[in-house]
Design a protein around this ligand. Structure first.
Ligand code: NAD
Ligand code: UDP
Length: 313
């Protein structure tokens, strides 16, 4: 039985990871300050004697033991990471330094949840890991993008300087149950709007693209990465099927049988025009590729939101 820390374990992806790693017979400690995560995402796990929740902010140090650390603590929705951008930067940088310190002291393996945002508004398409990105360091998304870039740097420096077993994944847009209805990201926004017969808000003209990965596929890739020896990454994890935001809106309207109308709002600044992962490295090194198509994943996510969390928000 491994002792595993999951920072951000009460959040969307973290809660799925907690569940899966407990099912696999591990002891799981969830560290979360509940900024965007909720107890309801993990409350059912409290029945398991091998699950523990510690209310903790990763910008402060903590002295506990672990064999593995999945470092996910950080707000991920633009609305949430821009709410207090200085705190977002502190979470990425100080939070990663603290968890790296813990990993160094306990000789734990540590995996960082980085992001496709390290590629910024990419000039290379699809994005390969070798691409260094096109990132604005002074814009409204910079607290998140540059914070994650610095976190990647720290991971690599601890790996080189202290021989830490470090692993970096770059997650592309992921969706599924346990997203907050007021999360502000596009999939949850469109589903909640369609379900509540509110206007569907497309930012810009909707021609910008994203590639959406269902959370179960992502969690498989994350665990494979942790269990693959002698591979630090960074590695892209995402679904390479690319859609315009307008196509996503039309799919959600069709699947929810909603009569909501589409309205257009201004595009936020630095919003990437295109995004699609090249997942050749994940295929070769992890034997991983996503299996769940967008329509199938959307149906499961719509069922989740319609079962309660998305009603009348
Ligand atoms: P989320 O907002 O649902 O989860 C983040 C969790 O971290 C929440 O439970 C929150 O309360 C916690 N947290 C935030 N700041 C903290 C702090 N200072 N101390 C302790 N806990 C803190 O977001 P998510 O979508 O589950 O994303 C999880 C991770 O994956 C993030 O690091 C994010 O950058 C990364 N990621 C996610 C996506 C995606 O599409 N979902 C894409 C790229 C990267
Ligand atoms: N978006 C939109 N309407 C919304 C929310 C988002 O058109 O209600 C757009 C957003 O401008 C971006 C894309 O959808 O182009 C994905 O946004 P999200 O916040 O989900 O993630 P991002 O990939 O931008 O971090």
């Amino acid at each position: 039985m491994k002792k595993i820390i999951i920072t951000g374990g009460a959040g969307f992806i973290g809660s799925h990871l907690c569940r899966r790693l407990l099912q696999e017979g591990n002891e799981v400690i969830c560290l979360d300050n509940f900024f965007t995560g909720t107890k309801s995402n993990i409350i059912d796990l409290m029945k398991n004697d091998y699950f523990e929740i510690i209310r903790h902010d990763v910008v402060n140090d903590i002295f506990i033991e672990a064999d593995e650390i999945y470092h996910f603590a950080c707000p991920a929705s633009p609305v949430h990471y821009q709410y207090n951008p200085i705190k977002t930067m502190k979470t990425s940088i100080l939070g990663t330094i603290n968890m790296l310190g813990l990993a160094k002291r306990t000789r734990a393996k540590m995996l960082l949840a980085s992001t496709s945002e390290v590629y910024g508004d990419p000039l290379v398409h699809p994005q390969k890991e070798e691409y260094w990105g096109n990132v604005n360091c002074t814009g409204i998304r910079s607290c998140y993008d540059e914070g994650k870039r610095a976190a990647e740097t720290l991971m690599m420096d601890y790996h080189r300087q202290h021989k830490l077993d470090a692993k970096i994944i770059r997650i592309f847009n992921t969706y599924g149950p346990n997203m907050r209805p007021d999360d502000g990201r596009v999939v949850s926004n469109f589903i909640v709007q369609a379900t509540n017969k509110k206007d569907i808000t497309i930012y810009g003209d909707g021609s910008q693209t994203r590639s959406f990965c269902y959370v179960d596929d992502l969690v498989d890739g994350i665990i494979r990465m942790m269990n693959t020896e002698n591979f630090t990454g960074p590695v892209n994890l995402g679904n390479p099927d690319e859609f315009t935001i307008r196509e996503l809106a039309e799919k959600v309207l069709l699947l929810t049988k909603s009569s909501s109308k589409i309205i257009y709002e201004p595009l936020p600044s630095d919003d990437p025009k295109k995004r699609k992962p090249d997942i050749s490295l994940a295929k070769t090194r992890l034997g991983w590729e996503p299996e769940i198509k967008l329509s199938e994943g959307l149906k499961k996510t719509i069922a989740y939101f319609q079962s309660g969390p998305g009603k009348a928000v």
